[in-house]
Structures are given as C-alpha cells and as structure tokens.
Write a protein that binds this ligand. Structure first.
Ligand code: F6R
Length: 242
C-alpha cells in the first residue's frame, strides 16, 4: 500500500483532488468509483473549483457510487443519490446518463444488485475507486464478517454504522436498516483504489488496517491484497501507526 501522509483534512482533500485529476487526464473515458460520507466532501468541493477554473472536464467520465440506502427515494435529502447531486454532480459537466448509484427503491432488490454488477462490467470496470474507512473497518457498507468474495449485495447495517450516520438524519430511528453496497470483490476489481482517511477518531482503524491481520473481521485489510492502493491520510489518522 502506498501511503501519502498529509498534514490535515485540507491537505488531504487537495492531494486527493490532484490525484484524481491526474487520472482523469491520463485515462481515456475514465470510470470513477465514488463514495459518500464526510471524508470526500472536501475532495468534491475542490473538483468543482477545478472544473470552474477550466482545469478538468467530466464530459467523458462515468461514475459508480459504492452504495445506497434501501428505502430512500432519489429525491430524499438523505439518499446518497441526492448527496452526490448536491455535493458534486449538479456543479460539474458530467452527463447524468453516465452516473450510476444502486437504486434503493425497486421491487426486485436482488435483481438490482446483479444489474449493478453488469453495468460496472459493461463499463470495463472501475479505473479509480475512492473509498472512506468505517470505524469498524467497513468499506462501502461491507461490515465486519462480509466475505472477501462478496459481490454487490443487500446488507443489514451495523448498529455502530447507523449511529455514526445518524448525524445526517433527524433521529437514529430514521436511519435505514439496510443498504445496497458493492461487494468486496467488486471493489477489489477496481484497477486502482484511493482510500481517504482523516482525523484522530480514525487512528485506531488505520492502525488495524496497516498493522492488523488481513481478515474479514476488519474488511478494509483486504486492500493489502490489491497491488494498486494509495492511502491518503492526515497526521491525526496516522497518529497510532508505529
Ligand atoms: C460511503 C461509504 C462508507 C464511508 C465510511 C466513512 O459511500 O461507503 O464506507 O466511506 O463510512 O464515512 P465518513 O467519511 O463519513 O467517515
């Protein structure tokens, strides 16, 4: 794993932005894998700035998000679809027909999982996947115990994950109990992976990621089996790494 250590969240967002723009320029018709959550928000702000300054275009970019809550419509302000439009897609020149997230409201959820896999494969797989890190080691919504061989699937969210995400909702009761997520194997098929981690709160998780045993009990450790992973982390997040 290539580790880029930066001072703080601002520097992390800047570095991630430079990295992605470099890849978008280098790879024709780039397929990006995107994440929601707090960590990539600074990256998305910077990508918008760079787009407005004329430094990058997303016209030929296709995107696949990692996950979506089950039961939230696209228009729900807590859906990941809404989040992505609000934080990125509404402000850049990506074609919405090239933007994919799993659909959280469909009659056939299993069918939606297979369809999402098919779409990723048809696009030629993901060139660069952005990931954040859960406190319990989850990537996407692949909670501890998820098989490394998993493909896009429905998950029951951990109590700790629902608590961590409750900050976006009026109360914890409103946080959905299920989500659709790319599987671990799906994520591992990305040609390149960029993991973003910021803050002391994640320091224990980063230590486990780098120094712990590679195990399904801490899903992110699977990334050590991928030959093109870059961890961009700030001093706080790397504070417990020996
Ligand atoms: C988001 C996702 C999650 C987050 C993780 C970290 O699409 O799949 O795995 O990346 O929960 O979230 P933040 O960045 O809010 O700490």
């Amino acid at each position: 794993m290539n580790i880029i250590k930066v001072k703080d969240y601002e520097a992390l967002s800047e570095k991630a932005c430079e990295y992605l723009i470099d890849r978008i320029r280098a790879v024709e018709k780039t397929v990006l894998g995107l994440a929601t959550g707090s960590t990539p928000e600074g990256l998305y702000k910077r990508l918008i700035e760079k787009y407005r300054e004329g430094n990058v275009s997303f016209k030929d970019v296709t995107t696949f998000n990692l996950d979506e809550y089950v039961g939230l419509k696209k228009e729900d302000p807590n859906s990941y679809y809404y989040f992505m439009k609000d934080k990125l897609f509404n402000h850049i020149d990506v074609e919405m027909e090239n933007v994919y997230l799993p659909k959280g409201v469909v009659a056939d959820l299993e069918g939606e999982c297979s369809e999402y896999e098919r779409l990723i494969q048809t696009a030629g797989n993901i060139d660069v996947q952005i990931l954040g890190l859960g406190l319990n080691g989850h990537i996407g919504f692949n909670e501890p115990g998820t098989a490394f061989s998993s493909r896009t699937h429905i998950v029951e969210l951990d109590a700790s994950t629902r608590e961590a995400n409750a900050r976006f909702f009026d109360s914890i009761d409103e946080v959905p109990t299920q989500a659709i997520t790319m599987g671990i194997e799906t994520i591992m098929e990305s040609k390149e992976i960029v993991l973003l981690v910021s803050g002391e709160k994640k320091a224990e998780a980063v230590k486990q990621l780098i120094e712990g045993e590679v195990s399904e009990d801490f899903p992110a450790t699977v990334l050590r089996n991928h030959d093109k992973v870059t961890l961009i982390a700030d001093e706080g997040a790397l504070g417990k790494v020996g």
